[in-house]
Write a protein that binds this ligand. Structure first.
Ligand code: ADP
Length: 348
């Protein structure tokens, strides 16, 4: 049985916004699946449709074998859902919040105490179990929220951008935790706008752009789809030099068919199966034209390059600094780590 089987799902909001357009997915039990896309791509709308919070405009979805429209209650009982907004009550302690979730999900009374301790351990909140959760750092709140989504031991968990706004250290801790629950057999459907997150965690990824799935595959498959290696060349001389260099690279027959040439903030990027062998010849051609190369690098493609190749857009355009609530704000977790560049997804 599939954990999620979505067939040609669309979701159009009342104002006419077609947020999800013809999405089909078949996610087997046990998979760590990533739904990757920039802000506004339709990730949350899709997750809300799969978790019965929104009714599909057309198409059908079964989750754990239950139809999201006809059997919405059974769907809800068989899943965990960690929404973007935390569902914790700041006036309750961590333990009380998890106990509340146990009640809400109908965990038998006699099992609650043990379950709560087990989850507090799993998300490393045992030491803070009896502190008011309103005092917690962003990372601690997210971990508590994740624990609450698991009290009823669901076979499938939806995580909607669980690490947005967290610093890298807090993010890594959550990743560990997600890996552990997946290794224990739980299917995970994760949405993210962080390429690195999908790359690190997911067995398979669907890339969503403007409501439509534009690519599906393992991180490795998607990277191979870029078709070759990437040659980054930095140049002096501003935009005119970059344009000229791109012209030379595109017009030369050094890279053969199918090479991609783009200008970047620092110079140009060439994607080609022959990036390695023809790279130095291009450097010579640029120099012969009077251009000054200040740096170059040959590398394997990242998921960011996949995104560029597919959508013509970077995937990390969404998160703004104001979105980012620095983890460690209370000093109780992460020792007040600064909110370092939270993306880390560009691989450059
Ligand atoms: P993501 O989670 O990938 O950031 P969303 O699913 O939140 O994307 O949004 C997809 C599109 O739907 C966006 O254009 C967004 O503005 C729009 N949208 C989201 N919620 C609503 C709503 N309640 N009514 C109308 N449009 C909405």
């Amino acid at each position: 049985m599939s954990a999620i089987d979505a067939d040609d799902v669309t979701l159009t909001y009342a104002d006419g916004t077609e947020a999800v357009r013809g999405v089909s997915l078949d996610i087997p039990e046990g998979e760590f699946f990533g739904f990757l896309g920039p802000n506004g791509a339709g990730k949350t709308t899709a997750i809300k449709t799969f978790t019965t919070l929104l009714c599909p405009t057309s198409g059908s979805v079964t989750v754990n074998g239950f139809d999201v429209v006809e059997e919405s209650r059974a769907v809800r009982e068989s899943i965990g859902y960690m929404a973007q907004e935390t569902s914790i009550d700041p006036e309750l302690t961590a333990r009380e919040n998890i106990r509340f979730a146990c009640e809400a999900y109908g965990v038998p009374r006699g099992e609650r105490a043990e379950r709560i301790d087990e989850l507090l351990d799993l998300v490393e909140l045992a030491a803070a179990a009896d502190k008011e959760s309103g005092e917690f750092s962003g990372g601690m709140k997210k971990r508590l929220d994740a624990a609450m989504a698991l009290v009823h031991r669901p076979p499938l968990v939806f995580l909607d951008e669980p690490t947005t706004g967290l610093d890298p250290k807090a993010r890594n801790r959550l990743w560990e935790y997600f890996r552990r629950i997946n290794e224990a057999g739980t299917t995970i459907f994760l949405t993210t706008q962080y390429l690195e997150e999908a790359d690190q965690l997911c067995e398979r990824i669907a890339v969503i752009s403007d409501g439509e799935i534009v690519a599906t595959g393992s991180p490795g498959e998607l990277k191979r789809r870029v078709g070759g290696e990437i040659l980054d060349i930095d140049l002096d001389g501003g935009a005119a030099a970059r344009e000229r260099a791109a012209e030379i690279a595109a017009d030369s027959d050094l890279f053969g068919d199918g090479a991609g040439v783009e200008t970047t903030a620092a110079g140009i990027t060439v994607t080609s199966r022959r990036a390695r062998e023809a790279g130095t010849d291009l450097l010579v051609a640029l120099r012969d034209d009077g251009l000054t190369v200040t740096g170059f690098n040959i590398r394997a493609p990242t998921l960011d390059d996949v995104f560029l190749a597919i959508t013509g857009d970077g995937a990390d355009g969404g998160a703004t600094d104001t979105d980012r609530d620095a983890d460690g704000a209370s000093g109780a977790d992460g020792a007040g780590t600064a909110p370092a560049a939270a993306d880390g997804g560009t691989g450059r």
